[in-house]
Design a protein around this ligand. Structure first.
Ligand SMILES: O=C(O)c1ccccc1NCC(=O)[C@H](O)[C@H](O)COP(=O)(O)O
Length: 222
């Protein structure tokens, strides 16, 4: 099982989400991102099979922490992915309630991240329900009800909603972050971690190694 990371920030941590090829995994590692996300939501263009996950995880070794992204998944899928990918954390990107998150934390013994979809200040307030149940909160843009995916859509939310945030635990910012806007996002929110997916792609699911490098460089200069 994976190890719990120390989020005490010396600089902003980076998660590149939706990696599915060896070449783009290498780009994430070369750019020294702290976290890589592997997607287990079948409708996503970034979805990885357990077989591919296993090969990617072996390639990564311990050079980057591996986060599995799940949407209201059952224990069988999560367990298989945790084992095949030697995952370091489980990211819940669906409608999992706090009790379900706490159950998964207990069952698999690795940190659980909960995505908080944000459109209004009420969404930020609701994140308090997850205190004590999860290890990390990722504030991401709420997608429209008829959206194809609950994440990875390149949508931003109003960053001022995070003003004065006391999440009560480590947290991060996601949603529409790109090499061009991530420094501004960090400056405005003070996010200890930033996460991107479509912002470093040429098409849905096609990650661009140069954009991954540019994103990480922009974060380090911020
Ligand atoms: O990326 C996906 O396809 C996806 C599908 C279903 C649930 C979550 C998904 N992505 C999770 C992420 O952590 C993304 O990085 C996050 O939503 C930000 O995406 P983007 O706005 O494209 O940077």
């Amino acid at each position: 099982m994976g190890t719990q990371r120390d989020f005490t920030p010396v600089s902003t941590a980076i998660k590149i989400c939706g990696i599915s090829t060896p070449e783009t995994l290498d780009a994430v590692i070369a750019a020294r991102a702290e976290f890589v996300g592997f997607n287990f939501y079948p409708p996503s263009p970034r979805h990885v099979s357990l077989q591919d996950l296993s090969a990617l995880a072996a390639r990564a070794g311990s050079r980057v922490a591996k986060v599995g992204v799940f949407v209201d998944a059952d224990d069988v899928l999560i367990g298989a992915a945790v084992e095949a990918g030697r995952l370091d954390a489980i990211q819940l990107h669906g409608e999992e309630p706090p009790a379900r998150a706490a159950e998964l934390k207990q069952r698999f013994g690795i940190p659980v991240w909960k995505v908080i979809p944000v459109a209004t200040s009420a969404d930020i307030a609701r994140s308090a329900d997850y205190r004590g149940a999860v290890d990390f909160m990722l504030f991401d843009a709420k997608t429209p009800k008829d959206a194809a995916l609950p994440g990875g859509m390149g949508l931003r939310f109003d960053w001022t909603l995070l003003s004065g945030l006391d999440a009560g635990m480590p947290w991060g910012l996601a949603g529409g972050l790109t090499p061009a806007n991530v420094a501004d996002a960090i400056g405005r929110t003070g996010a200890p971690l930033v996460d991107t997916s479509s912002g470093v792609e040429t098409a849905p699911g096609d990650k661009d190694p140069d954009a991954i490098a540019a994103f990480c460089s922009a974060v380090r200069k911020a």
